[in-house]
Write a protein that binds this ligand. Structure first.
Ligand SMILES: [Zn+2]
Length: 408
């Protein structure tokens, strides 16, 4: 096993150190220049850059991305209901001019170039696309297997009950290689939360897979769905097995209603993911973190038939999280970076959690996995504000991307 040494890097903006890596983990940090690297070591020049844990994008739709393709006008008609978005996507996704596999591979590659080494991606499964999108995302995962880990959610974007055959397709998706059972708005989309959750939890139990449910439902309805999910978790004893994506209701409801729900999520170790939406729907991130609830950040759909936003750069999304949370203090913005990196790792693997509460400064110590990114910048906050190029990305101590270029 080769030893790697990153020389002259500043963990979270601290003093310059040399970082020795063996077997994919950090084995020593020593002041820069205190000792020469072992003669057979691979030396990586930190060049005085910041050293941070690499990013994780745990709410991304690699199956719908159009990043890199010609920009197109947003075509969802008003009123823009969820179903209007679904129909707009159905009308156009086959016209992209590139296959799902090609588009997902391109977007994933760019994200890796920016410092991401772990993703949880949705792959839509429905009566229209059947398993075509899932197969595209699985191909992209295979293509970048050495550079990033990708967990794939079989995602019933158009509901489980509105059209025939979707539960059966979900079943097939899990047999084909999807890792996680998806669900969406049990009340708002399918209009039958009991049957919707029956299908989701039955698949999860039969295949022994975790669950990830999109909850766009607002206010009371969203809190109601959250409580229904918690009821199922209690009944099945599914601690640490469920993620709620978006959970807009937890951002927009009165605090006295939200805090008891957060306590219950903490009790059952239910994870949350946010895409840093507007301040109205944004999760109360500090309340979430203070309770030890796992929380990760994601890009959502990018430049696709849903949204013109998204750049594949998790530093952009970290900026958006900080901005929409109204953060200015360095410690808060560093918390955002921790959510965007270590937070997502814990969403994917509940055992992969560090000291709680989550904060900046973690993930670059002896014993930590050497999934790292070197970023130019005076301080971590400066890096979030500037989002500079010139990054070097390591997975398990191996350089997988340098200055945006992917290495074989
Ligand atoms: Zn989503």
């Amino acid at each position: 096993m080769t030893t790697q040494v990153i020389v002259n890097a500043r963990p979270w903006g601290g003093e310059a150190v040399d970082v020795e890596i063996d077997g994919g983990r950090i084995t020593a940090l020593t002041p820069t220049g205190a000792a020469a690297p072992p003669p057979d070591a691979t030396v990586i020049d930190g060049a005085g850059r910041l050293l941070l844990p690499s990013f994780s994008d745990v709410h991304v739709h690699l199956d719908s991305t159009r990043v890199g393709l010609p920009f197109r006008p947003h075509s969802v008609p008003e009123p823009a209901s969820l179903w209007a978005y679904i129909e707009n996507d159905r009308l156009h996704w086959r016209e992209a001019g590139a296959s799902v596999a090609e588009r997902a591979t391109e977007t994933l590659g760019r994200a890796i170039g920016h410092g991401m080494t772990l993703a949880r991606s949705y792959a839509q499964v429905d009566a229209d696309c059947r398993l075509e999108r899932l197969e595209g995302v699985l191909a992209a995962r295979e293509h970048h297997a050495e550079r990033a880990g990708v967990q794939v959610v079989a995602f019933p974007q158009a509901g489980l009950l509105r059209e025939p055959g979707v539960p059966e397709l979900m079943d097939e998706a899990l047999r084909l290689g999807a890792d996680v059972v998806g669900g969406i708005d049990p009340c708002g989309l399918d209009g039958d939360p009991v049957r919707h959750l029956d299908v989701v939890f039955d698949l999860a139990q039969r295949y022994d897979r975790p669950i990830d449910i999109h909850l766009h439902e607002a206010g009371e309805l969203g809190l109601f769905s959250t409580r229904l999910v918690l009821e199922r978790i209690r009944a099945h004893g599914l601690r640490s097995r469920v993620t709620l994506a978006h959970a807009f209701a937890l951002g927009m409801s009165p605090r006295e209603q939200v805090l008891p729900v957060l306590d219950e999520l903490a009790t059952w170790d239910v994870a949350l993911t946010t895409i840093a939406p507007g301040p109205r729907e944004g999760l109360p991130v500090k309340d979430v973190v203070a309770r030890g609830i796992r929380i990760g950040l994601g890009q959502d759909g990018q430049r696709d038939y849903w949204s013109p936003y998204g750049s594949t750069d998790m530093l952009d999304r970290t900026w958006q999280l900080a901005f929409t949370q109204g953060w200015r203090r360095d410690a808060d913005i560093e918390l955002g970076l921790a959510v965007a990196s270590l937070g997502g790792r814990a969403v994917v693997d509940p055992a992969d959690r560090g000291a709680e509460p989550l904060s900046g400064g973690q993930g670059v110590a002896e014993g930590d996995v050497a999934d790292l990114v070197l970023v130019p910048g005076d301080t971590p906050t400066a890096a979030v504000m500037d989002r500079p190029g010139g990054r070097t990305v390591l997975r398990g101590g191996r350089v997988v991307a340098d200055d945006g270029r992917l290495l074989p």
